[in-house]
Design a protein around this ligand. Structure first.
Ligand SMILES: CC(C)(COP(=O)(O)OP(=O)(O)OC[C@H]1O[C@@H](n2cnc3c(N)ncnc32)[C@H](O)[C@@H]1OP(=O)(O)O)[C@@H](O)C(=O)NCCC(=O)NCCS
Length: 187
């Protein structure tokens, strides 16, 4: 495979995660190396959240990008059914009707050896392709400049801040209008 070749993209559901554990953790650890001072980001904690909290949620999907046998990045998400996020969504997207669950874009990483080649964008778009929800939501550290630059250039906007666990950082909560993406594709 040559340097400019496209990524091979794969979808994996909850039952396929164990098989990918080594490759996912390799990408996670390298891409989050600057956060290892915080136990919340320890790879064991990340894997525990992935398997026990996120994988069992409805419509869980992990998209991974591959060059030959090497995973270069992944993103995973699932639908959110447990509470009502619409008040915060309507603050920034008042034209949407609060009548559906939203999609949670849960975690996202590209190995540092492969960043800035648009692979992250490809993986991001593949995870959100064909989602039927009106809105996607994610959490990002407010000091994560590269990720914020990427998200803003892809249309995400800040709605509020959120601390999802008592031992986690306080994150910015960003949302993305998926109806706009659909109407652009449909034109
Ligand atoms: C966020 C991340 C997944 C982006 O992956 P990527 O493959 O580099 O993304 P892309 O190549 O598609 O880049 C898209 C845009 O992101 C922005 N960006 C990415 N890295 C950047 C950096 N170091 N500095 C500034 N902007 C950056 C740019 O706007 C870039 O577009 P451009 O290259 O045309 O200027 C990657 O930086 C990463 O894994 N970071 C560590 C883990 C992380 O923070 N995950 C997100 C948690 S919410």
């Amino acid at each position: 495979m040559q340097n400019g070749d496209p990524l091979a993209l794969r979808h994996t559901g909850p039952t396929g995660l164990d098989e990918l554990q080594q490759q996912i953790l390799r990408v996670y650890s390298a891409s989050h190396a600057d956060q290892m001072h915080n136990p919340w980001f320890h790879p064991d904690q990340f894997w525990d959240r992935l398997i026990n909290l996120y994988a069992p949620t409805r419509a869980f999907d992990l998209v991974s990008g591959w060059r030959d046998e090497e995973m270069v990045g992944y993103a995973f998400g699932s639908a959110r059914d447990t509470d009502n996020p619409w008040p915060e969504i309507r603050r920034v997207l008042p034209h949407l009707q609060p009548d559906q669950p939203v999609y949670i874009f849960r975690e996202f990483a590209v190995h540092p050896d492969w960043q800035r080649r648009s692979y992250g964008h490809e993986i991001h778009d593949e995870l959100l392709r064909n989602r039927e929800e009106q809105v996607a939501q994610l959490l990002v550290r407010p000091d994560n400049g590269p990720a914020l630059a990427a998200y803003h250039s892809w249309g995400w906007v800040k709605a509020t801040t959120k601390q999802p666990f008592p031992d986690s950082p306080v994150f910015d909560l960003l949302i993305l209008d998926l109806t706009v993406r659909r109407s652009v594709k449909d034109d």
